[in-house]
Design a protein around this ligand. Sequence first.
Ligand SMILES: *Cc1c(COP(=O)(O)O)cnc(C)c1O
Length: 456
Amino acid sequence: MARNTESLKTLMDEANRRAQHYLSTLPERPVQPSLEDVEPLREFGGALADEGMEACAVLERLDTLGSPGTVACAGPRYFGFVTGGALPAALACQWLAGAWDQNAAFVVGSPAAAAVESAALGWILDALGLRRSWGGGFVTGTTMGNVASLVVARDELLRRAGWSVAQQGLFGAPPITVIVGDEAHSTLFYALGFAGLGSDRVIRVAADGQGRMKADALPAIDGPTIVCLQAGNVNSGGFDPIAEIASQARKAGAWIHLDGAFGLWAAAAPKRRHLTRGLDLVDSVATDLHKWLNVPYDSGLTLYRQPEVAQSTLALRASYLPDDVERQPCDYTPEASRRARGVEAWAAMASLGRHGLADMIERNCRLATRFAEGFRLAGYPVLNEVVLNQVLVSFGGSEATTRVIDAVQLEGTCWCGGTVWQGQTAMRVSVSSWATTEEDVDSSLDAIVRIAKRLG
Ligand SMILES: *Cc1c(COP(=O)(O)O)cnc(C)c1O
């Protein structure tokens, strides 16, 4: 396995050639792989060979077997979940960072990774309208961001009550009240369980028809309390009234956490920023970078109004670890060794700039409205107020709507998933990619409406 410059060049050129071919065919291929394309994936396994293969042959095998079995979610007509495609600059910089193979935990492990990460963090705070005194860490996604934030919140509230979770554990600790909206994301409940706060013992606050927590239904707050807010409901795109609830909760001394997986990015677009009013009042925020910032997986961010509080729970200390620098990347995440995740965030922000980011968010929202208008025009009811990039449409009853969703996925022009929204089965359309154009929306609308009429 000695490094041979010539064969390394051949290998990397080959990887580049195959990746470019993949990307160039992305807009034309069916979004969902066919059964024939999925069938060969079983050949990946088999018995582990005694002798290894040539690197070029390994690459060839991955491409031949794997590429046809991928979902074209990096392409322009994937509207499932909340899925952004990777921006070209982010992808290219990820490749270079892959060659760097840095351990981004400590400054001494990679001055470059630490500097890039700090720069990205600063730019993101700036674009979101948050003060530079905020801080945070790069995590795999919002799920881990919610876990990290809730653990920090838990430790801080108990520290104020004279209890150290790190030293004394949770058994026998003073109880913490947790308040969440009735339409909080499933991963928030998962994170509450993970953090030892329990998903069933929380107080659930009623939500309105758009999934927004009702501010007047907030219970009186007394004692150690975490209030979990949401910016951007995964179905409707609705926002909890952040300013109203946060100002009340703050007066009562609660910790306020915000799940802003994708909705947080409304703050970067002047016309949508009002949706996030009160953002500067919360204590912690979890968000995804692999959703609306359009960086490759996996990438998320946790932000803290008082980063030193997060540090007191998350920082790693050991005799052989350095602790003499201004910002250690690992002081703000639950991980130690990890890849230089900040690189793609930095590249995305650098290539977009403030205006490019705002335009991307705003364009996706406008395209969602275009979808909604198209559905209404064709006679299909849109179930949500389209305030952001999410559209919920019904094609009749539960069975009829499910039939349309299945047929749309099979047809391959675009991909949309299903959901149940406040008791009603719906198709979800989430416009989250830099690559989506008006033509993509129109051809997708054509395909969906044609299928719905045929089945209806
Ligand atoms: C997607 C999403 C999450 C989970 O994010 P992951 O990136 O899958 O970890 C949490 N909350 C909301 C509102 C989401 O949309």
